[in-house]
Design a binder for this molecule. Structure first.
Ligand code: ATP
Ligand code: MG
Length: 639
């Protein structure tokens, strides 16, 4: 029996789920009316599997819904409370944002950007990043944001794939007190790409840069630009953006999102999961370079006219108290972060958050990876002081918005640490076997989505065939998520990690998430990763990597035995790793996810070569260092 926590916000709208269950199409039709449309749609859903078009015939604009609609009542309201890494702060109101977006839209037009053109944006976490995105949306250009930690080679791939003729960047960005020279990286990335006509450069760090005739300064262009620019009336399925997935499972995919369906999905989920109110101060720690930043930093909060904190830098700079300091300073009411960040905070003990006033918080959220129950409980107790519901939101770049999550803004249900609880209304989630047949409760299987949903990707950019193969070939009529899950007796969904990371030991299939959570429940363990490696006798055996909490100095042999005991009692002897390696860090993608496939390669003595050639190679030095350390401990062990 898993523990349950009864903490909600008192909302109980059962009618909404009933409507959704009766007919998901008319349910979403109803929700879409929360958006402002220039003209209404003729057909709610055109489903020609596997391509879905929502609100066909309707015309809409994302920037209009994010800004124009708020100008009468909220032009003086803060949209962004920006905190620079070095302690600077800046407030951008809805009125100012509106003016800046219209001006930048005119800048793009003056450089020849037209409806349907792609614009690559490579900016740090500054207000000009959402401004540039909304300016694209305003004129119907498709933005493609590349996380500002990516290397020149990664940018080049993405610019080549999207054929962007304009790039928006900055001279530099701050990261852990140092300047990352973004413009130099862009110069390298687009060397030889003649289709790139202009690079617009925002001066953020004022480091010296070289400017060619192709390059234009943001401030100069803006000073000559008019602030009058009507939003284009775009078809509902107009491509709003391309976002390349983080590539945990291989080469990044250019996920293409539309407009009307996507906005409807975001508006609804933001309200249901976060119970957003006019007085809230929302803070999502995701970088806008990832989908969480696109959906729940840029679009969803702005659609609601909400106030949010946007932080420029690293979560542990200048030290590990930075996040708590920001929560206290801005009196944040809703905090949305990742399990990886929480494990990092937890590693440094309770005294750090306990020395800040976090009493403004009323709701907490996580996204990105399965959250270990132990970490959930820490978040609940130490951060939320046992009064804030936690929304564990499951979704993907491809899904556009949350699909599984507690929804305290809609209903009050018991929470179970580690479970994403129920699918959102209007979305049908299945847990199926290899043949696509539904599995009974408490049986692990593949997580699929049975009906189209409004935030669903349109396709993979320029590659309908790959879209079909990746998501729609394993099962004929279901969207294949690639994740492994089970339902419990209450219908709650438990995410068990990626299906391609699953551990197969002596005929048993064990989710990485289950095993890792079990190891993290040891009081000395901060983080862990498990992977399977080939074994002559058993086919596959498990090896585990463990990072200890700050200040833990027990004999590794004793720790190892204690962790084995936890696994034996928590899961069963079958899941006992053959070997545990104690390391100081785990290799992670730039979005903070553990790279289990690389751990697997290294533990299997495969040559990984130069990690900089890997798609997620931006954190190269750090990852290489972790690999070297792991390699050493493996070698030491096999002697
Ligand atoms: P790629 O598809 O290129 O390998 P990625 O899957 O890491 O990249 P994202 O779309 O950012 O890129 O991540 C989505 C995945 O993150 C999900 O499929 C799931 O494995 C994991 N995930 C996200 N949120 C949760 C959650 N709340 N609980 C469990 N897992 C989650
Ligand atoms: Mg994925």
């Amino acid at each position: 029996m898993s523990e349950t926590f009864h903490v909600g916000l008192g909302n109980n709208d059962t009618g909404l789920r009933k409507k959704a269950d009766a007919d998901f199409v008319s349910f979403w039709d109803e929700q879409a009316k929360n958006m402002s449309w220039f003209s209404t749609w003729e057909k709610t859903l055109d489903w020609t599997p596997p391509f879905a078009k929502w609100f066909v015939g309707g015309t809409i604009n994302a920037s209009y819904n994010a800004l124009d609609v708020h100008q009468t009542s909220k032009s003086h309201k803060s949209a962004i409370l920006w905190e620079g890494e070095n302690g600077e702060s800046r407030i951008v109101t809805y009125g100012e944002m509106f003016t800046q977006v219209k001006k930048f839209a005119n800048v793009l037009k003056s450089l020849g950007v037209q409806r349907g053109d792609r614009v690559t944006i490579y900016l740090p976490m500054v207000p000009e990043l959402p401004i540039a995105m909304l300016a694209c949306a305003r004129i119907g250009a498709t933005h493609t944001v590349v996380f500002s930690g990516f290397s020149a080679a990664s940018i080049k791939d993405r610019v080549l794939d999207s054929k962007s003729k304009i790039i928006v960047t900055a001279d530099g960005g701050y990261r852990r007190g140092k300047i990352v020279r973004l413009k130099d990286i862009i110069d390298d990335a687009i060397d030889g790409l003649d289709f790139v006509e202009h690079v617009i450069v925002l001066e953020r760090t004022k480091n010296k840069i070289s400017m060619s005739s192709r390059d234009k300064l943001w401030t100069e262009l803006m000073s000559e630009s008019s602030d009058s620019c009507d939003a284009e009336k775009l078809p509902s399925d107009h491509p709003l953006y391309i976002l390349y997935t983080s590539g945990t499972t291989g080469k990044p995919k250019g996920v293409l999102h539309g407009t009307g369906g996507y906005l409807t999905h975001l508006y609804s989920t933001f309200k249901w999961a976060f119970d957003i109110k006019d007085s809230d101060v929302f803070f999502c720690t995701a970088d806008i370079g990832w989908v969480t930043g696109h959906s729940y930093v840029v679009y969803a909060p702005l659609l609601h006219g909400a106030t949010q904190v946007m932080y420029e830098g690293a979560p542990d700079f200048p030290d590990v108290s930075r996040m708590w300091d920001i929560l206290q300073k801005y009196k944040v009411t809703i905090f949305y972060t990742t399990p990886t960040a929480l494990r990092m905070f937890m590693k440094f003990g309770d005294d750090v958050p306990n020395s800040f006033d976090l009493s403004s918080l009323r709701l907490l959220g996580t996204v990105g990876e399965p959250i270990n129950p132990e970490v959930w409980k820490w978040y609940f107790k130490t951060v939320g002081k046992e009064k804030c519901p936690i929304v564990d939101t499951w979704w993907q770049t491809e899904t556009g918005g949350m699909l599984i999550s507690p929804l305290p803004g809609l209903e009050t249900i018991p929470l179970k640490p580690g479970s994403g609880t129920l699918p959102i209304p209007g979305v049908s989630v299945g847990i199926v076997d290899e043949n696509g047949d539904d599995l009974p409760a408490n049986t692990k299987g593949y997580l699929v989505i049975k009906n189209p949903w409004p935030g669903m990707l349109l396709t993979l950019w320029g590659d309908d065939e790959k879209y079909k193969t990746v998501y729609w070939s394993k099962y004929e009529n279901y969207y294949y998520s690639g994740d492994y899950a089970r339902k419990d007796d209450d219908g709650y969904i438990w995410l068990l990690g990626r299906a391609d990371d699953v551990l197969k030991v002596a005929g048993h299939r064990i989710g990485t998430a289950e095993l890792e959570s079990c190891m993290v429940s040891h009081p000395g363990v901060a983080e862990s990763a498990a992977c399977g490696i080939p074994d002559d006798i058993k086919g596959e055996v498990i090896v585990a990597f463990v990072v200890l909490k700050h200040g833990v100095s027990k004999d590794p042999a004793i720790l190892e035995k204690e962790i084995y005991d936890k696994i034996r009692t928590g899961i069963g002897a079958i899941a006992t790793p053959k070997q545990i390696y104690f390391v100081s860090k785990l290799p992670k993608t730039r979005s903070g996810k553990i790279m289990r496939r690389l751990l697997k390669a290294i533990a299997s003595h495969e040559k990984i070569g130069d990690v900089s050639t890997l798609e997620d190679g931006a954190a190269v030095a750090e990852v290489q260092q972790v690999f070297d350390e792991i390699q050493k401990s493996i070698e030491a062990d096999s002697r």
